[in-house]
Design a protein around this ligand. Structure first.
Ligand SMILES: C[S@@+](CC[C@H](N)C(=O)[O-])C[C@H]1O[C@@H](n2cnc3c(N)ncnc32)[C@H](O)[C@@H]1O
Ligand SMILES: [Zn+2]
Ligand SMILES: [Zn+2]
Ligand SMILES: [Zn+2]
Length: 437
C-alpha cells in the first residue's frame, strides 16, 4: 500500500515529518510527503528512511503540489481535475504519486527529471531492502591468534599457552574460558543448606576419621584418595586409581585450613599447560612440566544442561564436528532422563582440548566438595602414568566400553586416530558423542 502524505502549503519546517513519524503507518509500503524544507535533524532523516517515507520537494507553496491525501486530522484535499485517477471509474487505489502525466514541472530535489512512463509496463520499486549476508569478520588469522593468546593468558593459575602451526589459516575457536560451571535452564543444584563439611580439629584433617571421606562398604574404614608423592606433590593413591570411587574432598565448609591434604582439586591446577595443533585431531593439550602418575591436572568445565537440551544440541551438530558433551552420570544411571550434561563447546576450561586415546595417560575422576549433590559434581583429570614434558595429555572418552574384541568399525561413527596398537577404531561405540566417566 502506498500512502501519500503531503503537507499543506502552510506547513513549515519538520512538523510534517514528525507527524508522519508519530502516526503509525505500519501497513504502508511507502509513504510520500511533500515538504518545504529538507528535514534538518539526522534523527528525523533516519526515521524517515526507516519508515520508508519518501519526501517530494515542494519548491513553492503553490497549489500544484497540494494535490495530495493528507493524514491525521488534516482534511483530504484533491484537485480532481489534475489527477489521472479522476479519469478512472471509481476509486482505483492508486496514489497521485503516479501522476506521470501532467507532473508539475517544478518537482525537483531527490527526484530527477520526471519521464513519461507507461504504467502498465513499469515496475513499482517498493524500496524493499535487499538481503545483506552477515559480514565476515575482518580479523586475520593472526588477529585471532593474538586474541586467543590473550584469552589463555587470563586463565587463573600457572601459565597456559597456545601455539599455532605456521600454516593455520582457520582457527575455529569461538569459545570463552570460565572458572566455574555455568548452570543453564532446568538445572537445579542441591540447596546449599544440604552441603556438608567436616569438623576435624586442627589445621589438617585426621584422615582416619574425617567425615568428608566416604567409608568402605564392609567396614568403617575411610577411603583415603591421596598420598604425598615425589617432591611433596599430593597425588592419588594407586589403589584409589584402580577403584571406581568419587573423590570426596574437604572444602571451605570444613574446619581444616588451605593446606589440608584432602584439598587437591580445591586448591586448583599446579601444572603449566599448552594448547597446540595436532597433526590430524584438531587442537590437543600438553604440559611443559613433568607430571607424575596420580597428579591432578585440571577440571572439565562448561555449561551444565539437561539431558534433553544436550540431546538437542547434539542433534543440531553435524557428525564430523568435535563434541564437547560430558555426561554427569557417575552416581546415577546414564540412561536416566534426569542426568545433567556438561557442554564445553562455547564455555569451558582448557581440558576441553584433551583428545581421546585408546591407551590414555590421564583419567577423569569425579570429585564432590559439597557431599550432597548426586547430579552435579566436578570432573577432575589426573595423570594415570608418569607423563614427560611435551607429551600429549589424553583420556579415554568411553572407558566402560568393552569392545569384546569385536573391532568392526561403524562407518558412521567418529574414527579414532589415536594411533595406538590397541586402538578401537572409533571414539564412541555408537553415534552418540558424549564423553563418559
Ligand atoms: C573434546 S574435543 C577435543 C579437542 C578437539 N581436538 C579440538 O580441537 O577442539 C573432542 C573432539 O576432538 C576430536 N578427537 C579427539 N580425539 C580424537 C581421536 N583420537 N581421533 C580423532 N579425533 C579425535 C573429535 O572431533 C572429538 O569430537
Ligand atoms: Zn576433615
Ligand atoms: Zn573436610
Ligand atoms: Zn584409538
Amino acid at each position: 500500500m502506498v500512502i501519500d502524505l503531503t503537507g499543506d502549503s502552510t506547513s513549515e519546517g519538520e512538523d510534517i515529518y514528525h507527524e508522519a513519524i508519530k502516526t503509525s503507518f505500519n501497513n504502508a509500503d511507502l509513504l510520500l510527503a511533500t515538504f518545504k524544507h529538507q528535514p534538518k535533524s539526522h534523527k528525523t532523516q533516519r526515521k524517515l528512511q526507516e519508515l520508508r517515507i519518501v519526501p517530494i520537494q515542494n519548491s513553492s507553496s503553490s497549489s500544484e503540489a497540494e494535490s495530495c491525501v493528507s493524514f491525521g486530522s488534516r482534511k483530504r484535499r484533491r484537485d480532481e481535475t489534475d489527477s489521472p485517477a479522476s479519469s478512472l471509474p471509481g476509486h482505483h487505489g492508486l496514489s497521485d504519486f503516479f501522476l506521470v502525466h501532467n507532473t508539475p514541472k517544478k518537482v525537483a530535489g531527490m527526484y530527477a527529471k520526471v519521464k513519461d512512463v507507461k504504467r502498465s509496463t513499469t515496475k513499482f520499486n517498493r524500496g524493499v531492502r535487499t538481503f545483506q549476508p552477515p559480514q565476515k569478520s575482518r580479523r586475520t588469522p593472526l588477529d585471532l591468534q593474538n586474541l586467543y593468546a590473550k584469552k589463555v593468558a587470563s586463565i587463573n593459575g600457572p601459565p597456559v599457552h597456545i601455539t599455532f602451526n605456521d600454516n593455520s589459516r582457520i582457527v575455529d575457536f569461538n569459545f570463552e574460558f570460565i572458572s566455574n560451571y555455568k548452570m543453564q535452564e532446568g538445572v537445579y543444584p542441591v540447596d546449599s543448606n544440604f552441603h556438608a563439611g567436616c569438623d576435624c580439629i586442627g589445621a589438617k584433617c585426621n584422615l582416619r576419621s574425617c567425615s568428608c571421606l566416604s567409608q568402605e562398604e564392609d567396614s568403617l574404614e575411610r577411603i583415603i584418595p591421596y598420598r604425598v608423592g615425589d617432591a611433596g606433590v599430593i597425588i592419588l593413591r594407586d589403589e584409589f586409581m584402580r577403584r571406581k570411587s568419587m573423590i570426596y574432598e574437604c572444602s571451605l565448609l570444613c574446619n581444616c585450613d588451605w593446606n589440608c591434604m584432602n584439598k587437591v582439586v580445591e586448591r586448583g591446577r599446579t601444572v603449566r599447560l599448552e594448547i597446540f595443533q595436532t597433526r590430524n585431531r584438531g587442537f590437543g593439550l600438553r604440559s611443559a612440566d613433568f607430571i607424575q602418575a596420580g597428579q591432578y591436572i585440571d577440571c572439565y568445565l562448561g555449561e551444565v544442561v539437561t539431558k534433553v537440551e544436550a540431546d538437542d544440541r547434539e542433534a543440531a551438530t553435524s557428525n564430523n564436528r568435535a563434541s564437547y558433551l560430558f555426561s554427569l552420570d557417575f552416581l546415577v544411571d546414564q540412561d536416566d532422563d534426569d542426568i545433567y550434561v556438561v557442554d564445553g563447546r562455547k564455555f569451558g576450561s582448557v581440558t576441553r582440548f584433551m583428545n581421546h586415546s585408546c591407551k590414555p595417560n590421564c583419567q577423569m575422576f569425579p570429585v564432590s566438595h559439597n557431599h550432597a549433590d548426586q547430579h552435579i559434581f566436578g570432573l577432575a583429570f589426573f595423570a594415570v602414568t608418569d607423563i614427560p614434558p611435551g607429551k600429549e595429555l589424553t583420556f579415554d572418552y568411553h572407558p566402560n566400553w568393552k569392545s569384546d574384541g569385536n573391532l568392526d568399525i561403524d562407518p558412521d561413527a567418529v574414527k579414532c586416530l589415536c594411533g595406538e596398537k590397541n586402538c578401537r577404531g572409533q571414539l564412541w561405540p555408537n553415534q552418540r558423542k558424549t564423553l563418559h566417566n
